[in-house]
Design a protein around this ligand. Structure first.
Ligand code: UDP
Length: 195
C-alpha cells in the first residue's frame, strides 16, 4: 500500500482495505492492522514502544478526522476516513466470500461483553460459524490459558479490544502465536456490538 508519514508514523492510503485484507487472509500472510487517530499519534510521541509497534504494523489506516484532514492537505486528493469499527464490520461481512470457514476470535472487554458481541454477529451473519472469545480482565495465569487457546484454535481473524495502547502492544507481543492471522485492535467495539 501507498505509505505516508505523520509525525514519523506510517499511514497507508488505498481504495479498498477490506479487499487487501481478504487477499492477505487467503495467502495466509499474518497482518497487524492499526487504526490511527490524532490522539494515538500524540500517545506515540510520549511512548516509544507504541511508536515502534505502529511502525512495524502491516497496515495503518486513517481513522480520526484530524489524520484524514492532514492527508488531504498533503496529497490534494480525497481520502476516505475509515473508522476501525467499520472496517471490522465490513471484514466480518465479507468473510463468507472466502472458500474456507474462517475462525474468528474476540478478545477484550468486561466479562460476557465479547461473547454477547459474538452472538450479535452470529445472528447477523449465520454463515459466520463459531466465534471464540476471551474476556479482557484476567490474571496472568489466565493469560497463559488465553495464549494456549489461540495456539490451539489458530483463528484467522483476531479482534483485540483492550483500548489504546494496550491492544497494540499486546498484538505485537502475541502475533507469533497465530502467524497467519489478521490481528486488529478494535477499542470499545465489543461494547457497541454487545448492545
Ligand atoms: N478493556 C479491557 N481490559 C482492560 C482495559 C480495558 O478489556 O484491562 C476494554 C474495555 O472494557 C473496553 C475497551 O477495552 O471495552 C476500551 O475501550 P475504549 O473505547 O476506551 O478504547 P479506545 O478505542 O478509546 O482506546
Amino acid at each position: 500500500p501507498k505509505q505516508f508519514l505523520i509525525l514519523g508514523l506510517p499511514v497507508h492510503v488505498m481504495n479498498d482495505y477490506t479487499c487487501w485484507l481478504l487477499e492477505r487472509l487467503q495467502a495466509k500472510i499474518g497482518t497487524h492492522v492499526v487504526t490511527i487517530n490524532a490522539e494515538m499519534t500524540m500517545q506515540a510521541e510520549e511512548d516509544p514502544s507504541l511508536a515502534e509497534v505502529i511502525k512495524n504494523a502491516d497496515l495503518v489506516i486513517p481513522d480520526g478526522s484530524g489524520v484524514v484532514l492532514y492527508l488531504k492537505w498533503l496529497l490534494w486528493q480525497k481520502v476516505q476516513r475509515t473508522p476501525g469499527i467499520e472496517l471490522a464490520q465490513i471484514l466480518l461481512q465479507k468473510l463468507d466470500k472466502l472458500d474456507f470457514n474462517t475462525k474468528v476470535f474476540f478478545y477484550g472487554g468486561a466479562p460476557e461483553v465479547a461473547s454477547k458481541a459474538a452472538k450479535f454477529w452470529q445472528t447477523q451473519i449465520p454463515s459466520l460459524g463459531k466465534i471464540d472469545c476471551y474476556c479482557g480482565y484476567h490474571s496472568s495465569q489466565e493469560e497463559k490459558e488465553l495464549q494456549e487457546k489461540l495456539i490451539q484454535i489458530q483463528p484467522q481473524v483476531i479482534f483485540v479490544g483492550l483500548g489504546v495502547p494496550r491492544q497494540e502492544l499486546w498484538i505485537a507481543q502475541n502475533r507469533h502465536l497465530c502467524p497467519e492471522a489478521i490481528w486488529m485492535g478494535v477499542g470499545g467495539s465489543f461494547d457497541i456490538w454487545s448492545g
